[in-house]
Ligand binder design. Structure first.
Ligand SMILES: Cc1cc2nc3c(=O)[nH]c(=O)nc-3n(C[C@H](O)[C@H](O)[C@H](O)COP(=O)(O)O)c2cc1C
Length: 318
């Protein structure tokens, strides 16, 4: 009798996904459907949509750095109406659930975009991006203050009738405290994390290498920080966690699952190889089968206590 293939399906509250692999916001657009089979993804995630049209940051918007990249895109958005009229119909041609990322520069702006997109057909869930600067608090990120996060999440949850995922910034002292605030506000799940705050300088010209002095640091270099954040958040809340930060291989995915993530997002790695997510889906199925793991859900939070003997330095290992 042949063994059935491993079960890759997971649940984020009422949202059922065929596998735990999805793109990270801003690193994927419907045009990717021209080169890879989007039907094989667990879910799709849009770039952050604002209520009103806004332009992004001045050039340069991208700078490469060791093992990662800096972006100062600044979230340009064509606004809610253009999203509904032009982008949403393209996303709706694929069957994986569509998670729409929303943002704002004030608490009221989050409630506005949630109200405008509430009830719109084809939206399976919202991901609230709280890494936007809070104009009412001098530009401090919305996601830096637990009370503000709780108010934003509660307001969005009151206005929409689909699951609300909250995507946290790592640029805080206690990500666990922010996660608890999101859970208290009624979040269905937490995504951890958005870009780390970084900076790159050209020593010859004595100028920053991005159009804004500081920029979002992403890619392989941030994986240990993202993993730590996922683990801390998973310890702090009872709702599911979606891990993101530096994921490029099936081994990265396994690490995030063990740290407590129920699903993962792939960001910067998609720029290097557009088919990264699909390669991971295939590799995940093969790996679980090889390891005799019946369901991907068996790995969520299954981290064993203590360090791995393989990683001990020879002197420590004795
Ligand atoms: C070019 C670029 C644009 C991004 N735009 C958004 C965005 O609109 N909303 C958001 O929540 N995160 C955005 N992010 C952050 C990613 O979704 C992700 O959290 C981050 O890149 C870490 O994952 P990675 O290391 O796999 O790239 C962006 C990242 C990059 C590199």
């Amino acid at each position: 009798m042949s063994t059935p293939p491993p079960d890759l399906s997971i649940e984020l509250g009422s949202l059922a996904l065929r596998n735990p692999i999805m793109p990270a916001s801003g690193c994927f657009g419907p045009e990717l459907g021209d080169v890879v089979d989007l039907e094989r993804l667990g879910a799709m995630v849009t770039k952050t949509v604002f209520a009103e049209p806004r332009s992004g940051n001045p050039a340069h918007r991208l700078a490469e750095t060791y093992a990662g990249m800096l972006n100062s895109v600044g979230i340009p958005s064509r606004g809610a109406e253009a999203f509904i009229a032009e982008l949403l119909p393209r996303y709706r041609t694929w069957s994986p659930p569509l998670i729409v990322s929303i943002g704002g520069l004030t608490i009221a702006a989050y409630l506005e975009i949630a109200a405008r997109l509430a009830g719109v057909a084809g939206i399976a869930a919202f991901e609230v991006n709280v890494s936007c600067p809070n104009l009412e608090a001098g530009g401090l990120e919305i996601g830096a203050v637990p009370e503000v996060v709780e108010a934003v999440v509660r307001g969005v949850v009151e206005r929409v009738d689909v699951p609300v995922i909250v995507k946290l910034t790592p640029n805080v002292t206690s990500i666990a405290a922010i996660a608890r605030a999101a859970e208290a506000g009624g979040a269905t799940a937490i995504t951890a994390v958005n870009a780390l705050m970084g900076m790159a300088i050209d020593g010859r010209t004595r100028r920053t290498r991005t159009g804004t002095p500081t920029a979002g640091f992403t890619g392989p270099a941030i994986k240990p920080v993202a993993l730590r954040c996922v683990w801390q958040v998973a310890q702090a809340v009872a709702i599911p966690v979606i891990g993101v930060g530096g994921i490029a291989t099936v081994d990265d995915v396994l690490e995030f699952l063990l740290a407590g993530a129920s699903a993962v997002q792939v960001g910067s790695a998609t720029f290097t190889r557009p088919d990264t997510m699909l390669r991971i889906v295939t590799a995940l199925e093969t790996r679980l089968a090889d390891d005799g793991v019946a369901s991907v859900r068996d790995l969520i939070g299954a981290l064993e206590p203590g360090p791995s003997a393989h990683d001990l330095m020879p002197a420590q290992a004795g």
